[in-house]
Write a protein that binds this ligand. Structure first.
Ligand SMILES: C[S@@+](CC[C@H](N)C(=O)[O-])C[C@H]1O[C@@H](n2cnc3c(N)ncnc32)[C@H](O)[C@@H]1O
Length: 143
């Protein structure tokens, strides 16, 4: 891992419990509104499966799950142990949301599985060399 990648990873580990408050403050409260708009565009339907790449604290996943209603599954994937811990603590009780700690540039093992893939404010975090692999896996993982 390059020292830049290491520092970024370290930053997200440290900031995880405060991340949502910080980003809301920095965007004057606009970021959650943007997330909700993006979820509206994705338009998750009852019974669908959605992957959130680099899910952070998982709040978008809780809103995607809300949009499904009773049926539907959302998987949040993030490399940061502390982001995943925060997400599980906040939304782990929702029965159709799970969080997986994983580097999205590694193999996910999903094929023809998801109805939609959501990602927000994250692709820039992935190394340039890792991005084509993420795109390739997204293509394979989508139905
Ligand atoms: C700026 S945050 C965005 C989090 C969330 N998507 C949001 O909109 O609030 C970027 C996230 O990408 C994650 N991330 C960075 N590189 C990653 C990788 N290679 N695999 C998985 N997650 C990664 C970080 O841990 C961090 O949680």
């Amino acid at each position: 891992m390059s020292s830049d990648a290491y520092q970024r990873k370290y930053f997200f580990e440290k900031i995880a419990p405060y991340y949502d408050n910080l980003i809301d403050l920095l965007t004057f409260g606009l970021y959650p509104k943007f997330l909700k708009k993006a979820i509206n565009i994705l338009a998750p339907q009852k019974g669908e499966k959605v992957l959130d790449l680099c899910s952070g604290t998982g709040r978008a996943d809780s809103w995607i799950a809300q949009a499904f209603g009773e049926k539907g599954d959302v998987i949040g994937m993030d490399v940061s142990k502390n982001m995943i811990e925060v997400a599980r603590k906040r939304y782990g009780a929702l029965k159709n949301v799970i969080f997986i700690q994983k580097d999205v540039t590694e193999t996910w093992g999903y094929q023809n599985y998801f109805d939609g893939i959501f990602t927000s404010f994250s692709l820039h975090e992935i190394s340039e060399s890792g991005r084509p692999r993420v795109m390739e896996q997204s293509y394979l993982a989508l139905k």
